[in-house]
Design a protein around this ligand. Structure first.
Ligand code: GLN
Length: 193
């Protein structure tokens, strides 16, 4: 089974670890560069991207994360994790940085302007309807030509899931709605790469 790390300086780490184990992976927490080196792939959880950036910087994990992503390590980011995997963000705080990797612009707290949190059934990667929970969620404003759109919400208007090669990101939190279909999809990606 692949060993998949969960970025564990901030966010809903336990829920992602549970889904990864359910999807057949071995889940481990990643807080230090040595722990990052030991994993086959990484999940960046939901939480607060500004805090994640500051802590990753303080714990000297930001550059190692960028290096491994550049090296082709598979990664999946959910909500704040999606923001962390975006090459460019809008609505960030002053100086806010990301890990990057996916050629897209992500708008922070995009749905939050209308409603703080909501649930919706969406079609993810043609796998059929999936219950998705959005909590002060970002949406994807635009994507580069190498990025595949895997799901949309709001009657197709808003991009909420994308993939670029070994990198996957969702605006929503599959780890909070019971089913772990997105994690199964990711573990399958990791096995194939
Ligand atoms: N609004 C948060 C951020 O900007 C993301 C919210 C979430 O992960 N549920 O990081």
């Amino acid at each position: 089974a692949p060993t998949i790390g969960v970025f564990a300086l901030q966010g809903d780490v336990r829920e992602h670890a549970r889904c990864l184990e359910q999807a057949g992976a071995k889940a481990v927490a990643v807080r230090r560069p040595e722990e990052l080196e030991a994993v086959d792939a990484l999940v960046v959880p939901g939480g607060e991207s500004t805090t994640m950036w500051k802590l990753a910087d303080a714990f000297e994990l930001l550059e190692p994360l960028r290096a491994r992503i550049k090296d082709g390590m598979p990664a999946y980011g959910s909500c704040a994790g999606m923001i962390m995997l975006a090459d460019r963000i809008e609505g960030g705080i002053e100086g806010q940085q990301t890990i990057g990797g996916i050629d897209m612009v992500v708008r922070r707290n995009a749905f939050g302007r209308q409603v703080d949190s909501f649930e919706s059934d969406i079609d993810f990667a043609g796998m059929g309807p999936l219950r998705a929970v959005f909590i002060r969620a970002p949406w994807v404003e635009s994507v580069g030509s190498d990025v595949d759109v895997l799901a949309r919400a709001e009657a197709g208007d808003r991009i909420v899931a994308v993939r670029q090669g070994p990198l996957l990101a969702t605006s929503f939190h599959p780890e909070l709605t019971g089913g772990c279909d997105v994690h199964s999809y990711f573990v399958e990606m990791v096995r194939e790469l």
